[in-house]
Design a protein around this ligand. Structure first.
Ligand SMILES: [Zn+2]
Length: 366
C-alpha cells in the first residue's frame, strides 16, 4: 500500500454534503472521502468482473435496520417497541445509556421483545481524546452489564469518528462500530490507524435517516418512495442495505413510515434480513485473514462486486460560509459539547478549562 493510495483511507475528515430526491435537497455531515470511490486503488480487482455471491444464504443482499435511541419518552418508546416486535430479528437498537437511567424497565421490555441492544455511549457524544471516550464507553458498558446486556457493537453519536474512539473501543473489547463520518455506502472494513488496521470492524450505513427527510418537507409517501429507491439501487450496487432511524418524539411520522417500509421489506425474498450484530458475526466468519490484514477489507470479492453509487446517493460537498467555518473550527478545537458534567470530563486540563469557559459564555448569551 503506497502513501499516495492510502490518503482517502487516512484522511477521515467529515463534511456537509447535499443529497436530493424529487427536487428536494437535504444535508448530512458525512465522510469527505467515501471509501468505495477508492477501492480500486487499494486492492486489485479480478480481471473480469463476475457476479460474486457475496451475501449469506445465496441472497442478493442483506437488510438491517439500525435504530438510535438518543432520548427516551416512555410512552412514545413503548410504541416503537410494539412496531419493532414483529421485525425484531432484523433490528439493532443502539441506546444512549444516560437516557435509560430512569427508564431501565424499557430496556427489559426491549430485551423481552428479542431486539438486539448495543451501545450508543453513555453521554450522547464522541470526544476527540482517548480518555474521555474510554470513560464514556466504559460507563455505558457497565450500565448495560448491570442489566445483563452484553454489548459488542457501538454506533457513534452524530456519526462522529476519530482514531481515539477506535482505540477506546478496542480497549473495551468491542467488535464493531458504525460511524458514517468515517465511511458510508460500503461493505464493512477495518479503518487504518496509521501503522496498522484497527481491530474494530466499521459497518457503513446509508447516512440519510427519515427524520432528515421529514425535516426537509417530504411527505410520508415521498419518504417511502425514497427508501424504496435506495433499496433498489443498493441491491443493484451490491452495497449492504443498512438503514437507520431514531426513536424521536419530534417526528411521529417515523413510526408510520417504519411500519409500512418494514412490511414491504418482509416480502422482499432476495434480501437476507438480520440485525447488525449478526451481520458483523457473519462478516468475521467469511473474513480472509491474510487479505484483511493487508488491505483492511474482509474479502477480495467485496471490492470486486461493489459498484459505484451515483451522486444523489453519495451526496455533493457544500461549502460552508466563513462564520460557520470558524465556529465549527473552534468547537472542534475545544471539543465543545454540553452533555458531560464538568466533574466527569477527562483528558487535557487546558481543553477542559476552555470548554467550561465556552459553556459559561453560551449560558450568558441565552
Ligand atoms: Zn444518536
Amino acid at each position: 500500500m503506497s502513501t499516495k493510495n492510502i490518503n482517502p483511507f487516512l484522511d477521515t475528515k467529515s463534511v456537509i454534503k447535499a443529497f436530493s430526491f424529487r427536487n428536494k435537497t437535504f444535508f448530512e455531515k458525512v465522510a469527505k472521502y467515501p471509501k468505495i470511490k477508492y477501492l480500486e486503488q487499494i486492492s486489485q480487482r479480478p480481471d473480469e468482473f463476475k457476479q460474486m455471491n457475496l451475501y449469506p444464504q445465496g441472497k442478493d443482499n442483506i437488510f438491517t435496520l439500525r435504530i438510535d435511541a438518543d432520548e427516551v419518552h416512555a410512552d412514545d418508546f413503548k410504541e416503537y417497541i410494539e412496531i419493532f416486535r414483529d421485525y425484531s430479528p432484523w433490528i439493532t437498537l443502539f441506546c444512549s445509556a444516560r437516557a435509560f437511567e430512569k427508564n431501565k424497565k424499557l430496556l427489559e421490555e426491549t430485551k423481552e421483545a428479542n431486539i438486539d441492544i448495543q451501545s450508543h455511549g453513555y453521554y450522547h457524544y464522541v470526544y476527540n481524546d482517548y480518555e474521555s471516550n474510554l470513560f464514556n464507553l466504559s460507563k455505558a458498558k457497565y450500565f448495560f452489564e448491570e442489566l445483563k446486556i452484553i454489548t459488542s457493537g457501538f454506533a457513534a453519536p452524530m456519526g462522529k469518528y476519530n482514531n481515539n474512539l477506535m482505540l477506546a473501543l478496542e480497549e473495551l473489547g468491542y467488535k464493531y462500530s458504525s460511524d458514517f463520518s468515517f465511511d458510508y455506502l460500503n461493505f464493512p472494513h477495518y479503518p487504518y490507524l496509521g501503522k496498522r488496521f484497527s481491530k474494530i470492524l466499521q459497518v457503513p450505513i446509508f447516512p440519510i435517516c427519515p427524520e432528515i427527510l421529514f425535516a426537509a418537507g417530504l411527505s410520508i409517501d415521498e419518504v417511502i418512495a425514497y427508501f424504496n429507491e435506495v433499496v433498489k439501487n443498493l441491491t443493484i450496487m451490491n452495497i449492504p442495505i443498512i438503514i437507520y432511524a431514531h426513536t424521536n418524539k419530534t417526528y411521529p411520522q417515523v413510526k408510520i413510515f417504519l411500519k409500512e417500509f418494514l412490511e414491504r421489506i418482509k416480502d422482499d425474498s432476495v434480501l437476507h434480513k438480520c440485525n447488525m450484530t449478526d451481520f458483523s458475526s457473519w462478516c468475521f466468519s467469511v473474513e480472509d485473514a491474510s487479505f484483511s490484514s493487508q488491505y483492511g477489507l474482509l474479502v477480495p470479492e467485496a471490492s470486486a462486486a461493489l459498484r459505484q453509487p451515483q451522486e444523489d446517493l453519495l451526496g455533493a460537498e457544500v461549502t460552508e460560509n466563513f462564520t460557520k467555518k470558524i465556529k465549527s473550527f473552534i468547537k472542534e478545537m475545544i471539543d465543545y459539547e454540553d452533555v458531560t458534567p464538568l466533574e466527569e470530563l477527562r483528558g487535557n486540563l487546558f481543553r477542559k478549562g476552555l470548554k467550561s469557559l465556552y459553556r459559561r459564555y453560551k449560558i450568558k448569551r441565552q
